[in-house]
Design a protein around this ligand. Sequence first.
Ligand SMILES: Cc1cc2nc3c(=O)[nH]c(=O)nc-3n(C[C@H](O)[C@H](O)[C@H](O)COP(=O)(O)OP(=O)(O)OC[C@H]3O[C@@H](n4cnc5c(N)ncnc54)[C@H](O)[C@@H]3O)c2cc1C
Length: 428
Amino acid sequence: MAEPFNIVVVGAGPAGLAAAEAALSNGARVAWLDAQATAGGQVWRKDLAHGWPRDAQNVIERVTQHANATWMPQTQVISAESGQLLLQDPSRAWRITYDALILATGARELLLPFPGWTLPGVTGAGGLQALAKQGWPLAGRRVVIAGSGPLLLAAAATAKRHGARVLGIYEQANKATVQRFARKLWHWPGKALQAASLRAQLAGIPYRYGSIVARAIGDGALQSIEVDGPHGVERIACDQLAVGYGLVPNVELAHWLGCAMQNEGAHPYLTVDATQRTSVANVYAAGEVCGIGGRDCAWLEGRIAGLAATGASIDGSVLRKQRHARAFAAALREHFALDPYIYDLPDLDTLICRCEDVPLHALDHHDNARSAKLATRCGMGACQGRVCGTALAELGRFPRSGLRPPLFPARLATLGELDSPCSQGSFS
Ligand SMILES: Cc1cc2nc3c(=O)[nH]c(=O)nc-3n(C[C@H](O)[C@H](O)[C@H](O)COP(=O)(O)OP(=O)(O)OC[C@H]3O[C@@H](n4cnc5c(N)ncnc54)[C@H](O)[C@@H]3O)c2cc1C
């Protein structure tokens, strides 16, 4: 028997937290869940050494301790249909039902292949942040941060706070473009302050424009990198490289539910109306899953979705702030567009699917993801194509496909639930 809730919120980042809090304030019985063990999502991931930021901790405690809230950590949505979700945590699989569903599934990093990118010591920029916050030792290690966008500054600051020697930040966008973006920041004073604070924390660390990591070199682990920049190729000895090329919305669950998307083909994101309603009845969405907009935008949209899903009215000023925050997202996209040179970096032997060790040349005779998957196992590993499928879409090889349950690798007992008699007609 599925457990019933008024509102189910998937994702406990800023969008999910704001949605849950708003729905609770309107008297709803709310379940909120996240694949992670602690709430906070990406930006407010709990740091083992430093805890949560104070604001995040306050809201997490308020929501978790609310009498009408049921918090489900380490819980993944495996499938969804007809007002039901099939969930899995480390010990069981079960179903819940909802009157309204709020998708706050956030985003993941865009990782693009280049020679050496699978060496131990190479991670994403946000990936390095996550590792550091979870206790990965960085003290004294020589770290290079590279890729594109403001996340590089946040990653460098986290690495520094954890004792790393940050050798430099290498941004692929050119100087003129980044400076144009910086000049526009006054439109968003909160962002301008955040940027100024990060630059102050990173004083003395070189920030290079128009620079792309072309190769990671090492015998069994990272030892050095080659950076291609305005003054030619520079070789840098380092222990850790963190490269992130921006973020990609996590739309897999929304896709399975049939929600309309924009930007189909490359990295789709959800289409929502002014009250965060998707094209599917009783399904709302907020935050990065609606397009990369950052923390403040995620928070505002979560609040709007939580109020709308419970039938409460929404203050016009919140809607205006949300539109303003979305304009920041558009500015980000415009100024940090990727240099096509990055797409030419992988050579024929570069691994594309790092879960299943599939090199680029193995994909030569395939013109769609399904054919490549059947012949090479590309996309069939633990990440289920979230890394390689997304990279291949960005490289223009073929769009990501196969977005169907199980949405995460599932235990046999969970797969049994997909076909169990009591779910017939609901899950198939
Ligand atoms: C690795 C990384 C690091 C980042 N670091 C920063 C930073 O330092 N500063 C900054 O300003 N921005 C950072 N960002 C940008 C960040 O995405 C946003 O600023 C903010 O976290 C967005 O909030 P959100 O609630 O939309 O999504 P998120 O914070 O991404 O939260 C979404 C949550 O949904 C959960 N989830 C997704 N799908 C499922 C599912 N099917 N079942 C269960 N749970 C699910 C995820 O586990 C995640 O916790 C980072 C992004 C990434 C990817």
